[in-house]
Write a new protein. Sequence first.
Length: 80
Amino acid sequence: MAYQIVSLVGAILILSAFGAQQLRKLDASAPAYQALNLFGGACLWISAIAARQYGFILLEGSWTIVSAYGLWVVIRESRA
């Protein structure tokens, strides 16, 4: 049950970022957009590991890594 909740939170975070970007409420280069994707992907990755869903482990693990890199770039550029 706990992994279902983690999974739902992750999906809501990613969908919130996507929806806000599509509605032009949040820019893809905003730290908030990258953070929503990072934490959403991490939640879904954890759920995929618990369920041993190897395709989703790959997908969400990659999503999390790419989002972490994106957040790092955005933060680094904002400090420069």
